[in-house]
Design a protein around this ligand. Structure first.
Ligand SMILES: [Zn+2]
Length: 430
């Protein structure tokens, strides 16, 4: 029998049960996994500023910072104050807004940059240096001994100022593993708050991420932050694998904007984590604010929100095929892993097309309160919709015209004749 729509209209035996343990969680909890205990470092105002179209005025940065704070992200990361005078002033301005999120800035592993960062009043500094053979040969040209000495000097200085400090390598997945582990171990020993792994070129896959983070987890005691570029489409999956392996912090940006095609998108990560531990995500983040911040950022960088975007894409909660629509109307969980209402979104069942089903049409009849139409009427009208939609899809308005005409003609038993009059969807124009 069909599952009930809610638990009040049936007895216990028939009730659709929400699984007590989420089927999306591992059967045996892994104590190292942080799927249910992670933090977000939101980098739209740093990584996002590296997106091709991005130019944020101070006012726009403040607006974005406040909107992200309203979602409840744990940290906001800002462009280095060494980048320009305005960047320096913007760090100061945003640090003084009194937001709940901690404010970080992202600098090179260099004493001059660290001093400037401290001057701006941020809560912490994210320090980065390249360790891959490519970067060592073609970018800064320094060896590992030099990098380690420099890292210790800069970290010690920032800690002595009472600030939080993260040390990250760049292009970590193409760095020598022994080099990586030894530098992370060295900075962990002097009390760095977090070490960072960065897939700067977007080459890593989830299995490689899991292995590297799990190895690092056994080498350092501090927190582990991860930063994933999306060149090959793995940025969300890599973030998830990193948390499973014991990472604690994930970098995101709104709509994923950043260098090249960007990084892990905030909305996509929240969707992924909601599927894994809904309660943790709902308690910590205000998911209804995602759409607002995406609209602010999309318009600021002159792009539109993609049609298939996580959560907010225009078809993210649209159900079309008749068999899907029927099940969705009975119990949305049948074809929905995300509840649209938790994200301030609405479900939409599309009915004016050749794949439609009579259950969806019957549901529309109920919405329009055409109470004296029966299931047989719904089936008859559905057959007509399919016939007309073979010419072209009908809008919801077209369908409503058909339903209302049929309904009023039924009062005089003329409804079947009315249906026969319609041979082209254009006759249903409003
Ligand atoms: Zn990046």
């Amino acid at each position: 029998m069909a599952p009930p729509r809610d638990s009040t209209d049936t007895n216990d035996a028939d009730r659709v049960r929400e699984p007590i343990v989420s089927p999306y969680m591992p059967k045996y909890p892994d104590p190292m996994s942080n799927i249910s205990n992670f933090k977000i470092i939101e980098s739209t105002l740093r990584e996002g500023e590296q997106f091709a179209n991005a130019f944020f005025s101070t006012e726009k940065k403040v607006e974005i910072a406040k909107a992200l704070d309203a979602i409840g992200v744990d940290y906001l990361e800002l462009t280095s104050p060494a980048a320009s005078e305005q960047s320096f002033n913007d760090c100061k301005t945003i640090s003084n807004l009194g937001l709940k999120a901690k404010i970080l800035t992202h600098t090179r592993c260099h004493m001059d940059d660290a001093r400037l960062a401290i001057e701006t009043g941020v809560d912490g500094v994210d320090v980065v240096i390249g360790t891959s053979s490519y970067l060592r040969e073609f970018s800064h040209g320094k060896d590992m001994d030099y990098i380690t000495t420099k890292a210790i000097e800069v970290i010690t200085y920032i800690k002595d100022q009472g600030k939080e400090v993260r040390f990250s390598t760049e292009d970590s997945f193409r760095s020598d593993l022994v080099d990586l582990l030894s530098i992370y171990k060295a900075v962990d020993k002097i009390g760095v708050h977090r070490v960072g792994i960065a897939d700067t070129v977007g080459c890593a896959n989830p299995r490689q991420v899991y292995e590297l983070v799990r190895t690092l987890r056994s080498v350092v005691n501090c927190d582990i932050e991860c930063h994933f570029h999306n060149d090959t489409g793995c940025a969300i999956a890599n973030a998830y694998a990193a948390l499973e392996a014991g990472a604690t912090h994930i970098d995101t940006s709104v709509l994923g904007i950043g260098e090249r095609n960007g990084i892990t998108p905030l909305g996509g990560l929240l969707a992924r984590m909601y599927a894994a531990d809904k309660q943790y995500v709902l308690d910590k983040y205000d998911l209804k604010q995602i759409r607002d911040v995406e609209n602010i950022v999309a318009s600021a960088v002159d792009v539109t929100v993609p049609f298939n975007n996580y959560i907010t894409g225009y078809c993210a909660f649209t159900h079309k095929a008749g068999i899907h629509a029927k099940a969705i109307l009975n119990n949305p969980s049948t074809y929905e892993i995300l509840k649209p209402e938790d994200f301030g979104m609405s479900r939409y069942v599309s009915i004016g097309h050749r794949l439609t089903g009579w259950n969806a049409v019957k549901n529309r009849i109920e919405q329009l309160q055409l109470v004296d139409l029966t299931e047989d009427d719904a089936k008859t009208i559905t057959a007509k919709i399919k016939e007309l939609a073979d010419i072209r899809p009908l809008s919801l308005e077209n369908v409503d015209v058909l339903l209302r005409q049929y309904h009023s003609a039924k009062q005089t038993s003329n409804h079947l004749n009315v249906l026969q009059q319609y041979v082209n969807p254009d006759q249903l124009a409003v």
